[in-house]
Design a protein around this ligand. Structure first.
Ligand code: TPP
Ligand code: SF4
Length: 344
């Protein structure tokens, strides 16, 4: 039994054992039919897996973006659990506020003292750009239990595919079309959000990257984050047929290719210990050969303007991530990167 003092201070965390194989995954759905996401939308799958892993005692908070707008068409919603919309840059503040409210209500005896998961999600525009400071603040409020999940479709998809800080080098967006004068308009390398947040928040006990193509791993990262307690963060890569311009049947394959080409390393930082997992672990340990980035890039219309030089440049950057960075694909500290040149 908790002492009254501890009961006053601590909001309880759930016991969520890892799911051992897809056949052991819970059958219940808490994100179900009724949404209007595009065919093949991986972000919709992310929502489904996220809340399936968390279970029924979960409150979901959603930052403005596709996963808000497409999931709450007038008079319908696909959320079975309680859900609330929050503003574009507010996933961090909403998470802390809701977790604090639950704690206060439990402390005052107004609701039963039981584990209630608080999950706040945001797109890359809302999370990697304008909401980053609120997420950083949330990861410093150690007293509250919540998970912030950044679903990264690599653009501001809901407002018709504008470039974000998370858009990959060279991708065509409405802000960065390919033209006759400049074939490549978007020359920034994608922000390294999960690593940035893990490295910059020494007390945060769990940060991870995930990909919904590896569904069991995905759900187990969500379960780990929710059951470890405190503020936690997960970053998922989400193939988006509309923004990436590909046939919707390729979504699953593109998720796998993002990992197998080494573009999207799967890792987590649990209690300050970094560990590559799944196929990414296979790559560092030499059991899995990295596939050429060409296999991934040329399946997507947003890279259709790439020449062989562009693909070679992209490949060289990924090779650097795996050979010269302090931690493969994660921490970009290397002086060699200063010597490279992008193709004109
Ligand atoms: C403060 C603010 N500025 C602009 C908008 C308009 N807006 C709505 S959704 C959106 C794009 C969100 O992009 P992202 O966070 O990447 O989510 P996605 O649409 O890709 O799911 C924008 C700019 C807004 N709702 N609030
Ligand atoms: S635009 Fe992309 S993220 Fe938005 S609903 Fe369509 S596939 Fe999903």
């Amino acid at each position: 039994m908790d002492t009254p003092e501890i009961a006053m201070l601590d909001a309880p965390v759930p016991v969520l054992e890892p799911i051992k194989g897809v056949k052991k995954a819970p059958l219940e759905e808490y994100f179900t039919s009724g949404h209007r996401t595009c065919q093949g939308c991986e972000s919709a799958l992310v929502m489904k897996l996220m809340v399936k892993a968390a279970g029924p005692r979960t409150v979901v908070l959603g930052s403005t973006g596709c996963m808000y707008v497409a999931n709450t068409t007038y008079y319908s919603t696909s959320w079975v659990v309680p859900w609330m919309h929050t503003q574009l840059g507010s996933s961090g503040s909403a998470a802390v506020g809701t977790a604090a409210a639950f704690r206060a209500l439990m402390r005052k005896g107004k609701i039963k003292r039981e584990p209630i998961n608080v999950i706040s999600f945001c797109g890359d525009g809302g999370g990697a750009d304008m909401g980053l400071s609120a997420i950083s603040g949330a990861l410093q409020h150690m007293d509250y239990n919540h998970l912030i999940l950044l679903y990264d479709n690599e653009s501001y998809a809901n407002t018709d595919i504008q470039a974000s800080g998370s858009t990959p080098y060279g991708a065509v967006t409405t802000f960065s079309p390919s033209g006759k004068v400049k074939r490549i308009l978007h020359k920034r390398w994608k922000k390294n959000v999960a690593a940035m947040l893990a490295a910059g928040h020494p007390e945060c006990r769990y940060v991870g990257t995930v990909c919904a193509s590896y569904a069991v791993d995905f759900m187990n990262r969500v379960r780990k984050a929710l059951s470890i307690g405190g503020p936690t963060f997960i970053h998922s890569i989400d193939p988006c047929p509309k923004g990436w311009d590909y046939d919707p049947m390729l979504s699953h394959e593109l998720g796998e290719l993002a990992v197998l080409t080494g573009i999207w390393p799967l890792y987590d930082v649990e209690n300050h210990k970094l560990r590559l997992y799944g196929k990414s672990r296979g790559i560092v340990e030499g059991r899995q050969k990295r596939l050429p980035v060409r296999d991934y890039l040329l399946k997507q219309g947003r890279f259709a303007h790439f020449t062989d030089d562009d693909i070679d440049y992209f490949q060289a950057k990924i090779d650097d991530m795996w050979t010269k960075w302090l931690i493969p694909g994660v921490l970009p500290f290397s002086t060699d990167l200063l010597n490279e040149k992008a193709p004109a």
